[in-house]
Write a protein that binds this ligand. Structure first.
Ligand SMILES: Cc1cc2nc3c(=O)[nH]c(=O)nc-3n(C[C@H](O)[C@H](O)[C@H](O)COP(=O)(O)OP(=O)(O)OC[C@H]3O[C@@H](n4cnc5c(N)ncnc54)[C@H](O)[C@@H]3O)c2cc1C
Length: 482
């Protein structure tokens, strides 16, 4: 006799490889019912670029279920508990499997799923699909959470040992009765009203297949040299661009980790590159470690006296930063890339974030919100941890007095201004010595090139050297009274 079915909930684990939900269901030899729940409590927390990514991913994921196994990925809208109650009643499922999630809203939903269905005698099992190590398993010798990255990562590496991925070769059992499913085309998430998200399809293919190709491409072409070159602003970028695939679990972080270790074993000369890359995965783990232990981290500075910082409420300046019209070419190029492609290299994220917080003196909460809305890899843990890091109010953060100079950073990481010229075509003719500070061109040269500063390209919105002094003064005052 066929066993009762198992419901598998898919959310930020949209893949078939290294998929513990599937591997464990196969062991049970029971038919499976894969479902994605369009729970407004979750979807409304996402920015529009993430909604676009998730929506497109679901189209592909549904197709993959159908073509690989002839199984339909069920789509239903509503409160997670109510949707599951109905499905359990319809199918007599006796098990629910899902991947662990870590934001406060997700944890509340998952605890409620566990409580409600366990009381009904249904087995609810959570699997670690998102991280190398599940945050509750990591603590220091005093049993507390880590506050510093280096000891945290050391402890993780000690624990990770030989990373294991789960078996990918399986054929899940189909549940043979008809179950109703909604149509994706009827889901009108926020992104469907935001025309700008349509252009994201020019740059990204949100699917597991594409993510795995991206991983192979990176290992083949760019892992070698990663340690020394990852900060260079080059087109195409020298980093992996795996961030959105990791965010939505289309590529398993365990698989990435394992593949990098294997690549280093085959070619020990890239050991330093491998370590540098794994370190970045470590920062991702650290961000989740912090989010798990400090669920308020997206809103509240770790360093609590930052709450009283006298931020400027300058909406015009914020808008100029968002749209890339600050008059600082490296800042504007980064922000325009973000608006065009939904992505920006890490080095630039640091530079533009520092500019918002320390040059424009605008609250990092506005920055985090803009990134959440426009990044295709917007991640609740990474975004919050990194904004706090740059602002100087985070755990193990850059000190507040470390203020990125947009001109020096530009010269260092885009020495010939090629990156700038790609995203700011109006500066195409500007000679290299002026590309990072075009306002220094003589009036004659501006006229000759037809790049009139203040007309074809904006004047700098602020003077970095003055703002730097102002920011440091405010910070010192705040420190004194705190
Ligand atoms: C202000 C600010 C906001 C950020 N917001 C996000 C965000 O919302 N989502 C996000 O995934 N990353 C965020 N980052 C971290 C980092 O910029 C991106 O992960 C990285 O640029 C993605 O490109 P990649 O995949 O080519 O990275 P690679 O250099 O190839 O790194 C591999 C992976 O490691 C992880 N990683 C790399 N750098 C970091 C880091 N500093 N912190 C945490 N994880 C890291 C990512 O998952 C990344 O995909 C932010 C950084 C800053 C400074």
């Amino acid at each position: 006799m066929l066993k009762q079915p198992i419901i598998l909930i898919f959310y930020q684990n949209l893949r078939f490889h290294d998929q513990p939900l599937l591997a464990n269901a196969i062991q049970q030899e029971a038919p499976i019912i894969p479902i994605f729940i369009n729970d407004p409590k979750l979807i409304t927390q996402l920015g529009v670029a993430s909604q676009w990514w998730l929506y497109e991913s679901l189209i592909e994921f549904q197709k993959q279920w159908e073509s690989s196994f002839g199984i339909e990925l069920i789509l239903r809208t509503g409160d997670s508990i109510e949707v599951l109650q109905e499905l359990v009643q319809e199918t007599n499922a006796n098990k629910i499997y899902l991947g662990k999630r870590y934001t406060a809203t997700e944890i509340a939903i998952d605890q409620s799923i566990q409580k409600t269905f366990t009381q009904q005698g249904i087995e609810v099992k959570f699997f670690n699909t998102h991280l190398l190590l599940d945050p509750p398993t990591i603590h220091n010798q005093q049993g507390k959470s880590f506050q510093m990255f280096t000891p945290f990562w050391k402890s993780c590496l000690h624990k990770i040992g030989k990373v294991k991925t789960v078996d990918d070769s399986f054929t899940p059992l189909k549940y043979n009765r008809a179950i109703s499913s909604e149509s994706l085309t009827n889901w009108t998430w926020g992104h469907t009203q935001e025309a700008w998200t349509q252009k994201l399809a020019r740059y990204w293919q949100p699917s597991e297949t594409r993510g795995l190709k991206q991983l192979d491409r990176f290992l083949k072409n760019n892992l070698k040299g990663y340690a020394t070159q990852r900060n260079l602003l080059i087109d195409p970028p020298l980093t992996s661009q795996l961030s959105p695939y990791l965010r939505w679990g289309q590529v398993s972080v365990r698989k990435v980790f394992k593949k990098v270790i294997e690549a280093v074993q085959v070619n020990p000369s890239i050991q330093q590159d491998g370590n540098a890359f794994l370190n970045e995965l470590g920062w991702r783990e650290f961000s989740y470690h912090l989010l798990f232990n400090y669920p308020f981290m997206q809103k509240v500075p770790f360093n609590i006296w930052f709450k009283n910082f006298p931020w400027q409420k300058d909406i015009m300046a914020l808008k100029k930063w968002q749209k890339g019209t600050t008059g600082y070419p490296i800042i504007d190029a980064g922000m325009r890339q973000l608006w065009e492609e939904g992505w920006m290299p890490n080095r630039l994220r640091m530079i533009v974030a520092s500019f918002l917080v320390k040059d424009l003196l605008i609250d990092w909460q506005y920055g985090i919100a803009w990134f959440r809305d426009t990044l295709i890899d917007a991640d609740p843990a990474n975004n919050a941890n990194n904004w706090q890091w740059v602002a100087g109010c985070g755990v193990d953060a850059a000190p507040y007095f470390r203020i990125f100079n947009p001109i020096i950073q530009g010269k260092k990481f885009d020495p010939e201004g090629k990156y700038i010229k790609k995203y700011i075509p109006e500066l195409k003719e500007v000679p290299i010595p002026y590309i990072h500070q075009p306002w220094k061109m003589s009036v004659d040269l501006q006229e000759e090139l037809d790049v009139i500063i203040g007309i074809n390209y904006p004047k700098p919105i602020v003077d970095h050297s003055i703002q730097r002094i102002k920011a440091l003064r405010l910070w010192k005052q705040l420190k004194k009274i705190s």
